[in-house]
Write a protein that binds this ligand. Structure first.
Ligand code: APR
Ligand code: PHB
Length: 389
């Protein structure tokens, strides 16, 4: 079998790339190791930057998103029992959209299926070959059958634990990593959100976030020790702790209820350089990870996809290799800016076990500066709504 681009990974990165290439008449095959149901079972945040909204519209997959997504023109930040608002619209002229990542993935699958897109599920033993040549190929197993696909390019969209990054020789890879000494305990509850916008809270007891999926489905997080397990936390204990970490006036309004999902996620910053090796290109979590604080995971995957899609369109339509030759260098500039913002916002809001009293004063002073300085708020807002591609 032959195709122009083999895409490894049927998550948001892989599917968005496949759909954008399809719109440009460029063929692809997506190889996904799980079932579609498994992929769609992943409950993940969706705070979409304007760049991703534009890509979804360019891919022709934005109808439900535009109908059901929630436009957020700002966010609330709470500390020292007070709350202030960052007005994205007033400061940047832009906003973000809250629309679950699972829904983005669902819409992309629907579009690929409607277009007769070629997606192989439950593939095993994917191996990438001859990417330093102009005729790479990918081998894999599906249903116990050995398969091989000849292609021009391979897009590694297979996430942090995928095979693509490992296919770049270790001695040619430089990996940068920071792990955070805490996790996020998150719950989903069929209760109305605390506010129509998100509330990010710094408190001496630790970070908290009040978010939502829709008018009757709320998502809450509290920072917790990495040694904790979800079963260590009863619903009552969670709600009590959350109320202790947000201002009293907010806690008084909180509508609690039984959790329908409860999980703990670790926080990590990670970048692999380079993001390409010959005709293999890494996109999304395959190349980088951010702590969820700044909601930059999906959005940085989207900018990778935009750079790669544009480069491949330039190659096939204009016979120009400038885009594919410069992909990694270009993508990494924006990746590192997303890493910086995610690290800054995480450092601002969380309690760190080794934090000295001076460090705590610095954190509160940074929050006070953000609350009272328009330039600081503008810088935060520009990062949150999404820096230019
Ligand atoms: N072969 C085929 N598919 C694979 C392999 C493999 N060897 N390894 C992993 N996969 C699949 C996974 O099953 C998953 O569906 O690749 C897909 C990768 O999807 P994600 O992990 O969601 O990564 P990405 O598409 O880059 O999306 C990034 O997802 O994890 C969040 O916070 C992250 O929002 C960000 C977004
Ligand atoms: C979420 O709703 O799950 C969410 C929102 C914003 C974040 C992280 C998670 O920064």
């Amino acid at each position: 079998m032959k195709t122009q681009v083999v895409i490894i990974g049927g998550g948001p990165s892989g599917l968005l790339l496949a759909q954008l290439l399809h719109v440009q008449g460029i063929s692809s095959v997506v190889l996904e190791r799980k079932t579609k149901e498994y992929v769609l079972g992943r409950i993940r945040a969706g705070v979409l930057e304007r760049g991703l909204l534009d890509l979804m519209r360019e891919a022709g997959v934005s109808k439900r998103m535009d109908a059901e997504g929630f436009v957020h023109n700002g966010t609330l930040i709470a500390y020292d029992n007070k709350t202030f608002r960052i007005d994205f619209a007033q400061l940047t002229g832009n906003s973000v959209m809250v629309y679950g990542q699972t829904e983005v993935t669902r819409d992309l699958y629907a579009a690929r299926e409607a277009a007769g897109g070629n997606i192989e599920f439950e593939v095993e033993d994917v191996e990438i070959h001859d990417v330093k040549s102009d005729a790479p190929f990918v081998t894999f197993q599906v249903g116990g059958e050995n398969r091989r696909i000849e292609c021009d390019f391979v897009a590694g969209c297979d996430g942090f634990h995928g095979v693509s990054r490992q296919s770049i020789p270790q001695e040619k890879r430089q990996e940068f990593e920071k792990t955070y000494p805490f996790g996020w305990l998150g719950i989903l509850s069929e209760t109305p959100p605390l506010d129509h916008e998100l509330i990010y809270a710094n408190s001496p007891r630790g970070f908290a976030l009040c978010s939502m999926r829709n008018a009757n489905l709320s998502r809450y997080y509290i920072q917790c020790p990495l040694s904790d397990k979800p079963e260590d936390w009863s619903d009552d204990a969670f709600w009590l702790e959350l109320k202790r970490r947000i201002p009293a006036e907010q806690a008084a309004k909180l509508v609690t209820g039984p959790s329908i999902e409860k999980s703990i996620a670790p926080l990590r910053s990670f970048v692999c350089e380079p993001m390409q090796w010959g005709r293999l290109f890494l996109c999304g979590d395959a190349a980088h990870i951010v702590p969820p604080t700044g909601a930059k995971g999906l959005n940085t995957a989207a900018s990778d996809v935009q750079y790669l899609y544009s480069a491949l369109r330039q190659y096939y339509h204009e016979n120009d290799t400038a885009g594919i030759d410069g992909y990694s260098e270009k993508a990494l500039v924006r990746v590192w800016k997303a890493e910086r913002f995610s690290w800054w916002f995480s450092s601002l809001l969380h309690s760190f076990p080794e934090q000295s009293e001076f460090d705590q004063k610095m954190q509160l002073s940074e929050l006070e500066f953000l609350r009272t300085n328009e330039s600081a708020q503008k810088a935060m807002a520009e990062n949150y709504v999404g820096l230019p591609y």
